[in-house]
Write a protein that binds this ligand. Structure first.
Ligand code: MV4
Length: 450
């Protein structure tokens, strides 16, 4: 086993920075927080051993500035960087610069980040590894005419997607030939503006899919294991709102098959670190590789509570060269996570930044809250609106729902609007309670007016 890290710089903010600091303290590793001037009063700054102000509120000048972060690494003498999620977590250039400076980037290699970031390359890799992918021809479309020709052969509906994309950007469903040119033009423009790359490819459209992802972790010796699934089908405009494990749609047999596919995916590329293999699952339980995320994800606590392991700890251990045992994990009981965002759910989830005047976090048996906020904290308009993750664990799904309803009732935030009332509404819905939902379900519901 390699020597463990002495000091980790956390290149992130908010709840995930705090989450990483907690594990580092338990592991006896020193921590460095970085912060923008908007985050002076943040708990990650207070709880880290050292903190370095790296710039003004705008992310481009602070949390996304590689030179500023590398300067903070240098002056604090950190030997590793934890990127968290978002920001630079899937930036291959950042991982490469860390490598060049002899700083361990806690995550996969720049090459793996790059390959999974390009969706056509990722799909090709999965096909070679024997992982089922969405039917499609896996090459860039040359023009709208080329696309129309291919769509005739494939059969409508089709989906066109940006190869640099992910998370729904630069993606369009095309139901008929007449709609192709418009979809092509808008997808390309969006891809160009979002990623600076307007490469587009085509797939068969999977009707009413569920989004089920498999958590994997790989060590430096080629061993990859899976840690079961998370169902993330409750989404709005590609923003996840609630995640759970087990998936209400899961069977032991399906978990076995999806787990094996996710391991094959990781093993084929010699994947190191934590990663998530995202699948679309159709009504007949066929599953198709969609994307691989090469970072720790927002919803990782769902897996932590399901298998009773600290994923950040496991992530740090494989980064300094510990070996994995090779056994997979199956979930115990039922875990559910609600994302509490500073948004008004009855006004189109409009952001609701501002000062939190009063705050009470849910507590009690089987309840976990990951948050960086407190009474008196001001939610900045500059960053992501998530202020807390409310996670419950209970023996069965029905009991998890009951516990979540209780926990939501005692989650008090005053001064700003939050998504708490949305979750209370969601948990009352018959379809949700029966596990009868897919990725399109929420978009078809009429939400209360508040
Ligand atoms: C699809 C699809 C149906 N068919 N691809 C959305 C985000 C991006 N990662 C891929 N996405 C989808 N790709 C084919 N061929 C449906 C979606 C999709 C979706 C996927 C997961 C979670 C929510 C979603 C909401 C709408 C569409």
């Amino acid at each position: 086993m390699a020597k463990k890290f002495n000091k980790i710089l956390i290149a992130n903010r908010g709840e995930i920075a705090l989450r990483i600091i907690r594990t580092c303290r338990e592991m006896g590793i020193k921590t460095v927080a970085i912060y923008s001037t908007a985050d002076r009063e943040s708990l990650h700054v207070r709880f880290a051993d050292e903190a370095v102000c790296i710039g003004p509120p705008a992310s481009a000048d602070s949390y996304l500035s590689i030179p500023k972060i590398m300067a903070a690494v240098e002056i604090t003498n950190a030997d590793a960087v934890h990127p968290g999620y978002g920001f630079l977590s899937e930036n291959a250039d950042f991982a490469e610069i860390c490598q060049d400076y002899g700083i361990k980037f806690i995550g996969p290699s720049p090459e793996h980040i790059r390959n999974m970031g390009d969706k056509i390359t990722a799909k090709e890799t999965m096909i070679r590894a024997g992982v089922p992918v969405v039917p499609g021809d896996g090459t860039l479309l040359k023009s709208a005419e080329d696309g129309i020709e291919r769509a005739e052969k494939m059969g409508y509906p089709v989906m066109i997607k940006a190869t640099a994309g992910g998370g729904g950007k630069g993606m369009r469903i095309v139901k008929r030939k007449e709609d192709f040119v418009n979809a092509w033009n808008s997808a390309r423009a969006e891809a160009k503006a979002s990623f600076g790359n307007d490469g587009i490819y085509m797939e068969k459209y999977i009707v009413q899919p569920r989004h089920i992802e498999i958590q994997v972790i790989g060590d430096q010796y080629g061993t990859v294991i899976h840690l079961s699934e998370r169902d993330c089908s409750v989404q709005r405009r590609h923003q996840k709102l609630l995640e759970e494990c087990p998936s209400p749609f899961m069977t032991d047999e399906l978990r076995q098959r999806m787990g094996e596919a996710a391991i094959k995916a990781g093993e084929a590329i010699g994947y190191e670190g934590v990663g998530t293999v995202e699948f679309l699952v159709d009504a007949d339980r066929n599953f198709y590789f969609m994307e691989m995320n090469t970072r720790i994800q927002v919803e990782h606590p769902v897996t932590e509570e399901s298998i009773d392991h600290d994923l950040i700890k496991e992530q740090i251990k494989v980064a300094y060269g510990e070996k994995l045992s090779g056994k997979n994990y199956t979930p115990k009981g039922h875990v559910m996570e609600c994302r509490i965002n500073a948004e008004d759910p009855w006004r189109d989830f409009r952001p609701s930044p501002g000062k939190i005047t009063s705050f009470h976090s849910s507590k009690g048996h089987g309840v976990r809250v990951d948050t960086h906020v407190y009474a008196g904290y001001t939610v900045s308009p500059y960053y992501d609106s998530m202020i807390a993750k409310l996670i419950v664990r209970a023996p069965t799904r029905a009991e998890a729902i009951t516990k979540m309803e209780r926990a939501l009732d005692e989650f008090i935030v005053e001064g700003i609007k939050t998504t708490v009332p949305f979750h209370q509404w969601l948990l009352r819905q018959e379809d949700f309670r029966e596990g009868n939902f897919d990725t399109g379900w929420l978009g078809q519901q009429e939400l209360p007016k508040g």
